[in-house]
Design a protein. Sequence first.
Length: 425
Amino acid sequence: MEPQLVGAPRLRHALAGIAATALVLVLAGCAGEGSPSNDPALTKSVPHGATKEDYQAAFRDIDPIRIRVQTEGPKGSPTSLGRQTWLDTVEEWSGGKITFEWGYSNAFVPSATEWASGMADGRMDIGGFLPYYTPEVFPKLTELTNATFLDGNTPTATLSSTGWVTEVLYAQPAYQEEAEANGVHILALAPTANISGIFCTKPRTSLADLNGVAVSASGQGRVKQLSALGMAPQSIAFTELYEALERGVVGCGSTVVTAIESIGATELVPYATADPEASLVGFPAFMAIGKEKWDSLPRVAQQLLYDRLDTLFEAEAEHQMSRNVTWLRQAQAHGGGFRPFADDARGKLRQTNDTLLTEMASHGVDTNAIKAAWERWNGTINDKLYPDITKNLNDFLTSGGFKDVDLKPFAQAVVNDVMVKHRPS
């Protein structure tokens, strides 16, 4: 038996008490160092609807904040103007306490497959988030974005999808949880106006036209859709698409207008098949911020970034749609433009899309909630807010796109119907 010191139990209790006190002090010190909960300035909150003056007053005791923002295009380009409008407003409303370091043309994180990890590790803070580029990391979010084939290719599809996808994102916590588990906090879906279609060297709208034609494709959902149409999907890197089209390796590119425009391939494939009633899987983009950066921000800074997303919704929709206007002018100069599918191809694609929804449901996706949100937002956008906008893409873009359309009702609908309920508080 080991010898026992006289009074050892009392000594052990005393040492335990000292250790517990030290631990409390250490934890208190850590909380004061990294958590905003102990500093009234960092937990200060303003109500929804606060004015610029209210915000500027709330920021007086806040230390300066620097945020790194990446955009896909150069300064002043349609790709960047939406983000610039939003964050210029944030900077002004913060009284200059929040400033931004800009990484134009993907200067911080060049590869889209690394945008999520780039936000997670701090190479950039705010930027576009494309979960379908890494579906093995973001399977749930990839399924959600795949469901954007519900929208069809109409001028207002980008408005309704912003509403319904953002609603589903916040209504079902699993989506945000998946993002945050990988270091990304999603703010909303951005209205990127990506018109998704099949871009070919000659008009191809029927099953006979499409049968056997080699086409570039990415993503399992899109490959299934194109295969059902009788096409021969080929895995071709985006950077190699122009050469593949030029050399005849593929006769069509399955992508979005802005991608064809950005690689200068319009003259090669000016004929776009994009149908208002049956669409391929789209390429939507979330606006997101690194979770660690988000968690470090004072509450009033989180609220300001969130509250002024209305300016992003408006500006992003208008400026991104202008890229489609530019593309159409170029395509028409080469005899092209938009055409819908022929009846047989449209029917086949609709059937395939129904199958994809069934597969999603078998993976645990709440497709009933998705369809309900989609129907609700289509009613809001097309029946209530913008009933007079034509569904014909050629006519809409020839008239200037959203240039003369008041997009404030759309932006306010997303804010009031979705964002306010989930505002940081």
